[in-house]
Design a protein around this ligand. Structure first.
Ligand code: ATP
Ligand code: MG
Length: 414
């Protein structure tokens, strides 16, 4: 965005005016060269963190010990990081200790891939000692320096390598891929949370099937701290790209299904992989709907069976599952589910009069008052029955009418 770019120029200019060097670096330079949208701009500078804090009025010490100060300028925030090299790597993870240096090239050298090791100055000139631009043109991911060593230092880079190849549709340089293969067992030292964040970025890309293919070929998932299963239906994997990138939870549900996992098993895996609860629940909700649809079989009326599912698991999960099912059936892989539900589920859902108990015109309290009986499980049963009939438009959502219905059911019960 142009306003952000202008503010960024102000920040860089200010550092230059104070006699420091300053460049844009990393993801933003790469994305700009690729013509991709840039959403955050990282700046690298010869100024020490305390110097950066002196130059700007509004700063946040985001990661002082790593040399990062967030500079607030206009409505934007820029991460300004001092040229640095990393200290000794321990257990294949990035070190907590860094050393500040005065040379840009030293800073670029510690970065993971050539395409991420390009700096750009205020006039648009690039500093690109590792030929990242060439690799952008060749569309390849290549480690800066010796791949095996770089993956040994920080095992997360292996997942990043596959993530970038997947999101950009790039190849992986031969030695980089070989280095990854040789170091892959060290992935077990990487916290699942960091692994998961990279996977999420990959799954949000335009072609996650590519990354999944690379992951499975590398066997990284099997060596991970919380290993995750191989897709047992690899033939399906290509279909995952058909699910829009905005529907990541549907993509995850699809992948877990392709791994042959039940909703409960998937839930356990998602916990191990440190998914945030809300996202885990959404994914599991989709899988639950699928299992319930399978169980409708041909015994019940399909439409009522479906409406009952929507009421139980919610409209969002149910419609998300329909999207998954469409994708499966486009690949001829939806035989486990009644076709009528896949074909008509959307219409049936849209036509429902209500979607949850709170929308029903009567409450348990109303029923107690009208019947003069004591509360008990009978009440839930009646409410659920009324809800299903109202949702499916067999009854209007009218308070008096519903109380009448309830009374009839109660009197026939007695
Ligand atoms: P994204 O578009 O996902 O933000 P990015 O390249 O900006 O991609 P970040 O994680 O934001 O990725 O990192 C910013 C920069 O820091 C990278 O471009 C790279 O130069 C460097 N970097 C990040 N992680 C590592 C790592 N594990 N090892 C070495 N350098 C790294
Ligand atoms: Mg970034």
């Amino acid at each position: 965005d142009a306003a952000m770019a202008r503010q960024g120029e102000e920040v860089v200019s200010r550092l230059l005016e104070h006699g420091y060097e300053a460049y844009w670096v990393g993801g933003c330079v790469r994305d700009e060269l690729m013509g991709r949208p840039v959403d955050d701009m990282d700046i690298t500078t010869s100024a020490l963190p305390e110097e950066v804090q002196t130059v700007f009025e509004r700063t946040v010490p985001t990661g002082i010990q790593h040399g990062t100060v967030t500079v607030l300028s206009g409505n934007y925030a820029f991460e300004v990081t001092t040229y640095r090299v990393e200290g000794a790597y321990e257990k294949h993870r990035r070190p907590a200790e860094v050393a500040f240096v005065r040379d840009l090239k030293e800073d670029l050298k510690r970065r993971d891939f050539t395409i991420n090791a390009i700096a750009r100055d205020l006039d648009g000139n690039v500093v690109d000692p590792f030929h990242g631009k060439e690799d952008l043109n060749r569309r390849v991911i290549r480690c800066v320096g010796d791949a095996k060593t770089r993956f040994q230092e920080d095992a997360l880079r292996m997942v990043r390598c596959i993530r970038f190849a997947s999101v950009f549709g790039f190849g992986i340089a031969y030695r980089t891929w070989r280095g990854l293969f040789e170091e892959r067992e060290n992935i077990r030292h990487v916290a699942m949370e960091r692994f998961r964040v990279e996977l999420e970025k990959m799954m949000a890309g335009s072609k996650p099937s590519r990354g999944l293919g690379l992951l499975y070929r590398s066997k990284l998932p099997a060596y991970a701290k919380a290993p995750f299963p191989h897709a047992s239906e690899p033939g399906w994997i290509g279909l995952i790209d058909e699910i829009p990138p905005g529907r990541v939870t549907v993509r995850w549900a699809f992948l877990l299904l392709a791994c042959g996992l039940s909703a409960d098993e998937a839930n356990a895996h998602l916990r191990d992989w440190t998914f945030p609860n809300a996202m885990r629940e959404q994914i599991v909700g989709i899988l639950n709907v699928g299992e319930a649809v399978k169980a409708i079989g041909d015994t019940l009326e399909l439409r009522l069976g479906w409406i009952r599912i929507v009421l139980r698991f919610g409209r969002e999960s149910s419609e998300a599952w329909l999207q998954l099912a469409d994708t499966l059936s486009s690949g001829g892989a939806a035989n486990d589910y009644p076709i009528g539900v896949i074909q008509n589920g959307r219409t049936w859902t849209e036509e429902m009069a209500v979607y949850r108990m709170s929308e029903l015109a009567v409450t348990g309290k109303d029923l107690l008052a009208a019947s003069g009986r004591k509360g008990g499980p009978w009440m839930g049963e009646i409410l659920n029955d009324l809800l299903l009939r109202v949702a499916s438009r067999a009854l209007p959502n009218d308070k008096n009418r519903l109380i009448e219905e309830a009374k009839q059911v109660i009197s026939t019960d007695e």
